[in-house]
Design a protein around this ligand. Sequence first.
Ligand code: 13P
Ligand code: ZN
Length: 277
Amino acid sequence: MRVLEAEFAQGFIRLAQDGWDQGWHERNGGNLSYRVRPQEAESVKEELAPGEWLPIGASVPKLAGEYFLVTGTGRYFQNVARKPAESFGLIELDGKGENYRICWGLENNGRPTSELPSHLMNHEVKLEAASGRHRVIYHCHPVNTIALTFVLPLTDEAFTRELWEMMTECPVVFPEGVGVVDWMVPGGRDIAVATSELMKTYNVAIWAHHGMFCSGADFDETFGLMHTVEKAAAILVKVLSMQPYKRQTIQPEDFRQLAGDFRLELPEKFLYEKHGN
Ligand code: 13P
Ligand code: ZN
């Protein structure tokens, strides 16, 4: 089978198009990776033509020998569906998890996203934290979430609580909360380490004044998580634009009741008493 006929490639393309349609990917903003199942890699073997080994820029030994679909650096989400073989590629990692080679796509001198260290270190953390269930890491630049990083304290507690309060379904969709990374230079190992540290606990990491990373089992779940967080952020931006305080909101005791009825574990560190709303 050809790569673009495979269901996993179709799912990758669809997420990219949906992200573009949401307005989360100006120019080359954002990137996406998918950890390919061995049988999926096997099914497209006829079309794979491995190139030279190149350094990842991070060490991910637990991912040795794995295949990934990744978007290209400088390539546009807008073009993923229109020019797929240029916009993303299939890469294979070496036996140490230190180098990769392009086996398909990234045509016209393409290279994987500059955030490859963050993607792969997140995948490596999720291999243990989510028992191998997670396969998708998605990064985008959504307006409302980024806007909040200018006005909320840059803490997991503040972001989680404020987002949870915006829609009753939020604590159901991300009961473990969200993590926040202070402003850092993107594209390198340091921000990858900070993000993957948060991914041990959360499925969402917000990068101050930059964007968001989400992790999930499949394309729908990961996109749905991003969508839910960004929608909650949009509601908060609207509320704060109308007046600087909430007249009423969901209270800690309400969250505890919800947790009981929905059998959720909502960490108490997010259910602190506030002075005002
Ligand atoms: P790439 O074009 O290298 O994927 O970078 C886009 C981006 O969002 C960096 O954080
Ligand atoms: Zn970015």
